[in-house]
Design a protein around this ligand. Sequence first.
Ligand code: NAD
Length: 286
Amino acid sequence: MSAELIDGAAIASQVLDEQKQRVAVLWRKKVRPGLAAILVGENPASEVYVRNKARACEEVGLHSELHRLPANCSESDVLALISRLNGNAQVHGILVQLPLPSHLDSERILQSVRPDKDIDGFSWHNLGALVAGNTRLAPCTPTGVMVMLDRVGIEIEGRNAVVIGRSVIVGKPMALMLIGRGATVTVCTSKTRDLREHTSRADILVVAVGKPGLVDGTMIKPGAVVFDVGINRMPDGKLAGDVDFASAREVASHITPVPGGVGRMTVAMLIANTVSAAERLIQPKS
Ligand code: NAD
């Protein structure tokens, strides 16, 4: 069997087209949704991510602004900038590009973003809402995986889902979203004793670790749906996921490629979250 490719680029493009309609409605109300990105230092990968996000904003008609701070800036410089953006009515979404330099307390900085402008969904307020099953602004990467599952028409309820990785950015919210949709979910980490035992039972497998080739075709249940979240820069300069694509493709029923899979959806969901934040922020408070 050769798995069907889940085309992240095509689904992301559909999602972005849908955002254009929502943005047009907001424009008629004289609101132009705005996203402010904060980039500290000069990490080349972060530069690429921020550029892709700005390009997507432009494509759907969002205002976007980039705030650069030097790598040696102080924590209070970042907090002061976030405080200004929290109070700026033109800005509906704020994103702090990670990773931050190690002298900065990432947690304190992320938690200083107003929850209703927290388009990455990393605030405790928004993560707590997700735990409670009352999703507001949810982390973009796992939201993108859920959208792909739905658009491809994969049944979730009652299926065995295995998530490898337990970060706050991907693994944990991914598991919560799958639980919310009725999957039976196992979360594997670096401490898991026998990874294969778990992966070989997964109808839906999400791999978010950052280790190329961690999962190969021999570890995958025939007919499984595989989402490869990992992004690894290989010695030849090319990007690879965490899944050995060639062998996995022979066993899975559906699989996301890297690049062109989950990563494209992450950006699209960030734009969708910014539009949602703008829609909520202009609603009259009852
Ligand atoms: P992280 O380093 O915060 O978490 C990695 C997780 O993997 C940890 O929970 C750890 O326990 C687990 N792990 C490590 N070794 C393991 C092993 N041998 N077996 C099982 N589990 C193991 O990373 P993250 O921020 O969640 O990112 C994971 C990967 O996803 C990275 O490659 C990152 O670049 C990528 N990523 C991609 C997107 C996207 O849009 N596609 C978004 C976010 C992150």
